[in-house]
Every structure is written in structure tokens, then in C-alpha cells.
Design a binder for this molecule. Sequence first.
Ligand code: GCO
Length: 426
Amino acid sequence: MAFPKGFFIGAATAAHQVEGNNIHSDYWAQELLPHTSFAEPSGLACDHYHRYEEDIALLARAGLNAYRFSIEWARIEPEEGKFDEQEIEHYRKVIACCKANGVEPIVTLHHFTSPAWLIRKGGWEAESTIEYFRRYAAYVTEKLGGELRYICTINEANMGLQLAAISKRYMLMAQQAAQAKSAEGTVQVGMNFEKMMENMKFAAMENAQVFGTPQPQIFVSSRTAEGDILVFRAHQAAKAAIKALYPDMQVGITLSMHDCQATEGGEAAAAAEWDEEFRHYLPYIQDDDFLGVQNYTRTLFGPQGQLPAPQGAELTQMEYEFYPQALEHVIRKVAQDFHGDLIVTENGVAVADDSRRVEFIRQALAGVERCVSDGIPVKGYCYWSLMDNFEWQKGYAMTFGLMAVDRATMERHPKESLAFLGSYAK
Ligand code: GCO
């Protein structure tokens, strides 16, 4: 079966991960702290800011018909209330370039990075952030809305809660390791634990200097229950502003979702996780035009909670399981409760061997095709990512891309997987 006419086959990027020199952002500041937890700074990234024409042309030449990218708030509003028209013109050109290449631009307004000033004002736990985000969304829409059909307000709006859960698990393990310091085999862990705590003290001081608080509330931080909902209220405020200007704009949010699978006795834990990742947000997104589905793998649950990947499972560079079947499962589960359109805004794999990427895409898209033929309103699939890029704290080591980037020369090298993905659109 082929996808219906108008189905998007695309690739995704995020501004900070590819553009380079995002100097007014919170991440830029954090990357440069002496005790940073980033493996390396983003620097020039892939210089996509200057090479977007080549990148979009390569995407289009391979047959892809959609490009999901993000607009960088820290460029548009580098200082509170000071909006930069020239940066609007930059993104106007990016959008025009998509169209000249027959590519649908799918724009995200917030993809993890925020202006540093926003974080100094309390960031993603502060009530005032709702109004700041609404104002920025309205500004961008007023300027560029006439050229767009799809806007994702916030990327992986549920990330803060997932991080809170991971930190809790991690701290528990670290405490146990520290207590068990004398026990053989854990000494080394205890030592590292102490060093890590030491490092955290310095990092806290450095953060205080830059952001006025030892624990800045960037978007990708552990979120409180109130902060979790605040993000969705910011989405709702932005959506209302966008709709007031362009009632026909397709507006949605994107969520990071695992295929939560129960092994025997793990049913309650898997259901609780699905509720936390997805279902409890329904009241805030139910009326959205679409939901952006972002999935990379599955998570297994037993009676005690989350389980590691099965023995012998193929792992990706990210150290989670290579499991392309997860996407179909997630789409089917989401469609039980969410009745708007679905767009796969991210799905992908970090592997060195591109033939495994081709296989991942083949299996993932077979699952999407089955969903479409069962009548689930999936409107598109964007692979993460168009090119190898800055994978946040992990730096440039993770290769998710359909194209390799030689960061010394910035030359692009399309991989076989790019043409393979493009073949689905032809
Ligand atoms: C995300 C991420 C991307 C990551 C990708 C791979 O939305 O989590 O948006 O920025 O690079 O998920 O881990």
C-alpha cells in the first residue's frame, strides 16, 4: 500500500541543534559553564543558519515533501520585549525556500531552548512565562502566519515530568550506592557519586551567577506538578493567540511517548506511566487540530516498575532498545483517546550503520501504513533527524541523521536512508 496523496514524508530538526551560535539562549549559557554537564558546547552546530538552502534542497531532491524545524525564541526576542525583525526575515526566507522546493514547512515555536532572560525571570515554573510565551507566539504568527499552515507550539511538552521521574530514580540509586560504599564493587560508584555531588555544588554556584538561581528552570528540567500544567496553559494561551490571527491554522503540541508494555504483573505500572506521559494531558489538548507524536522505543514494566531492555536486545547509541514497532503501538493507543489528526513529528534512531536506519524506517513506516489503512487520521511522518546534530548534553556523538555532517568543513553527506525515506513520497 502507498500513503494517500498529501501525506507528509519529512524530516525534522530543532534550531539549537543545527543552526549554530544561538548565543542568547539558556543552553548556550549552560554549555559554557566551567562545571557544565554538556559533553561539548553546541558552537557552530551544523551551521544550518547559513546552509538551510542546501539542506532543504537535499531533502527535497531525495523526494521528501515536508520539513519540520523550529523558530528560535532567543533569536526573535534576545532581550525581554525587544523583537528582532531581521530574525523574522531569516525564517521568512527559510519558509520561502521550503515552498520553492515543494516542501511543506511545519514550524515549532519552542523546541527546548528559551531566551536566557526568560530563565532569569523564573523560567518554566513561573506564571509570567505563560504571557511571555503567548506574546512571542502572537508576534511570530502576526509576521509569518500568512505563510504557514502548521504550527507546533511546544515540543515534548511532557518532558519535565519524565525528567522528574528519572532524577528520582537516579538519586535513589546514587544514595544506595553511597550507603553501600564499603560493599565490594560499589566503591567506585560511591567515589564517582561524591565527585558528582562536588561537581553539582560548583555547577549550582555557576548557575546562580548566570541565572540568579542555583537551579534554573530551563524547559528540560525536573518539573513540579504545577509546572507540568503551566506548560500546557502556555500552549493554550499561544494557541488562542494564533487562532485569533489565523483561524484556519492547524495548531498542536508534541509529546514524547514510549510504547509502555507490561510484562506479567506490570500492568498497573505500565498504565500509570501511560497516564503520566499522555492521558492526564487530554483536558488541555483535546480540541487541538493535531497532536505531534514523538516516539523512539518501548519501555517494559514489571511488578516493581520499569525494566531494563530484554537480554540480548539490540541497543542504539542512546542505549535504549532498537524497536521500530513501538511507533505503531503508540499511534494506536493515542488514537483511542485523542480524536484530532496525528502527525508523527519525530521518530528515529541513532546508529552508526545506516542500513539499520533503513531497516528502522522500513518497519516504522509499515506500522504507520497499517494505522492509516485502519482509518486512523495520521497525516504525516517526520524522521528525526535530517542531519547528524547536537544531541543536547551528549554533544555530537549521536548519529540520528539522514545526512552526515563533516563539522570541520560543514560538508553534507546524504546517507542511503535519505533516499530510502524519500522513496515513500514518490
Ligand atoms: C526531542 C528531541 C530531539 C532529540 C531527539 C533524539 O524532541 O527530544 O526533540 O531534540 O534530539 O529526540 O533524542
